[in-house]
Ligand binder design. Sequence first.
Ligand code: ATR
Length: 285
Amino acid sequence: MPRLAVLGHPVGHSRSPAMHNAALAALGLGAEWRYEAIEVAPEDFAARVRAMPGEGFAGANVTVPHKTAAFALADVSSEGAGRIGAANTLVFADGQIQAHNTDAGGLIDALPISPSGIRALVLGAGGAARAAVWALRTEGAVVDIWNRTEARALQIHLELSDPAQPEDSIQIELQGEFRGAVVEQFDQDEYGLIVNTTAVGLHGEDPFEELPLRRAGFGPGTVVADMVYGEGPSTLLQVAAATGAEVVDGLEILVRQGALSFQIWTGLEPPLDVMRAAAYSLGGR
Ligand code: ATR
């Protein structure tokens, strides 16, 4: 029986087992494949992963806080995982550990628009931001980055901009300093897409206090995505939706990354509706 798993710390809250087991059952693979949650502490992560191929695992998802470690221990990696420097999907095949990053493609697939040619603002500078910046830039968006701690935004800029194409470099909003020039005001209206990757809102923080956003700065024609999800749509998404903006819930991004991982492991078309229903049925949704 090929085994699959999500590795995290903590991992108990993960919706991935329900989502993937529902998909496997829908495709008639429920008796053959099984997807489980495995709690693993950072110090045990590498040894745990290396033991998995011998235990019958075909692959795994990797979540917080292991995504960087997963990339680091892989023998080969996709271009995206390499540029992002983190992996959320591992494949065990041919005696090798392969690393992929489907958080990037999951965001793109969840968007109601093509990012090509649009101006996007990514809030945050952690792992989720790196995936978003790489994905959007690869799809042809011009990407501005804002982060509470400026140095981390600068780091993403340095690592993900293309030195061969300086005119196409990622632009950075550094709390007033914009690529060396001073901006009078952070102009939210300029963006066709705003992606929140920060944890703001998860524990009741007010996004309009903590992030450089104005409630009135959204409107029809803006897409607002929140990569973080809770038990219901975030305050950010509720306010944006009320102004007529299109919103993308983090749970939809989770479903889309899961679908891409499922396809990588099984080679089959993922049953999106089944995965979505399973993900949304947990935790009060
Ligand atoms: P992940 O890898 O999941 O993206 P992370 O590396 O912990 O997580 O990054 C969390 C992001 O949320 C960071 O950009 C963090 O900003 P800092 O780099 O300044 O720490 C951001 N964040 C968390 N709480 C925040 C808050 N109250 N206001 C603004 N940004 C916040």
